[in-house]
Ligand binder design. Structure first.
Ligand SMILES: C[S@@+](CC[C@H](N)C(=O)[O-])C[C@H]1O[C@@H](n2cnc3c(N)ncnc32)[C@H](O)[C@@H]1O
Length: 240
């Protein structure tokens, strides 16, 4: 992607909160209290989600990791003096954090964009988290999956979009084991986003007959979900 567009993409998220960020904050507010928790944000990109989360959960501390050095430069520049927020260039798959180093592991729009399968993420995240995993990804509420490789030839950009089966996600959680529970919610966007004049990747919306909106990027539907996997504490049957 051209450098200007790349910076613009990350900085835009700081200027005004995306509706998806608003939705995930509301989802989390109903489920996780603002206690002094330590959160690992995997694939934090330019760090804007952490920026907005910190405003709503001031007692949480964050470590954002990513393999993209340029994105991390933006994260560090934009959040230079925010206490309890740190960014590091670390590949999640090769990371060597001690078991149960974090209260929660977050992965926002991460597993839907990587070339490895989500159980690899789940297994590792479940060893690192004491209380749970929060993620957003593209999902189908059945057994269908669809993986798309997207190219913008003019911008010299290539990306992966994976829609995973929620049923396979539940099955993978059962197989990985441990006492966990799952809560999820589809993200229904509540504003209109204009269709670009020529096909482009980046979300726009189309209204359906029942007044809801479809999110579209390029030629793809974007069924985003917020998901919380809670690790149940066996001793007190309590996860908080
Ligand atoms: C689609 S972006 C999402 C960025 C951010 N979470 C957001 O919501 O704006 C996915 C991010 O995952 C990062 N990533 C991909 N593989 C990774 C890995 N193995 N370890 C850490 N980060 C990775 C990419 O560099 C990219 O910044």
């Amino acid at each position: 992607m051209k450098k200007d567009l790349y910076f613009e993409y990350h900085l835009r998220q700081y200027k005004s909160m995306y509706r998806s960020t608003f939705s995930l904050i509301n989802f989390l507010k109903k489920r996780i209290p603002d206690k002094p928790y330590y959160i690992l944000d995997v694939g934090c990109g330019g760090g804007a989600n952490i920026y907005w989360l910190k405003k709503h959960f001031p007692r949480w501390r964050f470590l954002g990791i990513d393999i993209d050095r340029e994105a991390l430069k933006i994260a560090n520049k934009m959040q230079k003096r925010i206490e309890g927020v740190e960014f590091q260039e670390i590949n999640f798959l090769k990371s060597h954090f001690k078991k149960k180093s974090f209260d929660y592991v977050f992965a926002i729009q991460f597993i839907s964009s990587v070339d490895f399968d989500f159980p690899i993420f789940l297994k590792k995240a479940l060893t690192l988290a004491k209380k749970g995993i929060f993620l957003t990804s593209l999902f189908s509420e059945g057994w269908l999956e669809q993986y798309t490789t997207a190219y913008d030839i003019k911008e010299n950009w290539k990306g992966v979009y994976k829609i995973y089966s929620l049923e396979r996600f539940k099955e993978a959680l059962r197989k990985i084991g441990g006492n966990v529970s799952l809560e999820y919610e589809r993200f229904n966007i509540d504003i209109d986003l204009p269709k670009p004049s020529e096909p482009k990747f980046g979300t726009y919306t189309e209204k359906t007959k029942n007044g809801k909106r479809l999110q579209i990027s390029g030629y793809m539907l974007m069924p985003w979900y917020n998901i919380l996997v809670k690790i149940i504490d066996e001793k007190n049957k309590n996860w908080q």
